[in-house]
Design a protein around this ligand. Structure first.
Ligand SMILES: *Cc1c(COP(=O)(O)O)cnc(C)c1O
Length: 221
């Protein structure tokens, strides 16, 4: 068994049934991604549109691609024909553009709404105090948004060794997710994904209801 296959195996063994591993392939060599593919992995994520397009070209067609990094509205059209899920929706403007481009390809695209609770200013996402405004705007627009499926929420914890803080931040993201589900998606079967957890903190994330974890370095180390 290859080292990458072993890492994937190891991580999966620790996951509850309800949590899916998404392998983050950013900055990796094609050969390394192929190794993960040969280990049976079919869901990969990139954080940049350009890299995503290049990799898709060079890798098998049955890979499901997720975008996890900040997305500019003018780049949506490049990924709309094939992207499986966009985790990083942080404005109504972006959501509308994804809907528009998905419609142009006769597709529906799954999206997550990204919240920002971490300390670092550089991280993208909607801050908790602005979420209500976002959901209110969504309520007014939702009949026009036929080509996107809002599947849940995504977030990141601060880059810290302080596990109390990471616990607190994941708990906060989970409660924002539960609140949105109750207020805006009580009749939806699709609003069910919580994308929290990376290499350093996925074990904490699964304890807070993570359904998708995005793991890069731990798979390829
Ligand atoms: C890079 C990245 C990850 C994976 O990080 P690792 O620490 O390598 O597991 C997860 N989510 C996002 C948004 C990322 O940019």
């Amino acid at each position: 068994m290859s080292r990458i296959a072993e890492n994937i195996d190891q991580i999966k063994k620790q996951l509850p049934e309800s949590t899916q591993l998404i392998v983050v392939s950013k900055y990796r060599e094609i050969r390394e991604i192929q190794e993960a593919y040969h280990a049976g992995q079919r869901t990969f994520a990139e954080n940049r549109v350009q890299a995503l397009l290049e990799r898709k070209e060079q890798l098998p067609d049955d890979i499901e691609w997720h975008l996890i990094g900040h997305l500019q509205t003018n780049k949506v059209k490049y990924i709309a024909p094939f992207i499986e899920m966009i985790h990083s929706v942080d404005s109504m403007k972006l959501l509308k553009e994804i809907n528009r481009q998905a419609a142009a390809c006769s597709r529906t695209i799954k999206v997550l709404i990204q919240v920002h609770v971490a300390q670092e200013e550089s991280k993208f996402g909607i801050p908790p105090q602005s979420l209500n405004d976002f959901w209110n705007e969504f309520q007014m627009e939702k009949d026009t948004l036929k080509n996107v499926i809002i599947c849940g929420m995504m977030g990141m914890a601060s880059l810290t060794e302080n596990t109390d803080q990471i616990n607190q931040e994941f708990a906060q993201i989970n409660s924002l997710f539960q609140e949105a589900k109750k207020q805006h998606f009580s009749h939806s079967n699709e609003f069910k994904e919580l994308s929290i957890g990376m290499s350093s903190d996925y074990e904490i994330a699964t304890a807070h209801g993570s359904t998708l974890i995005r793991v890069g370095s731990k798979v390829f180390s």
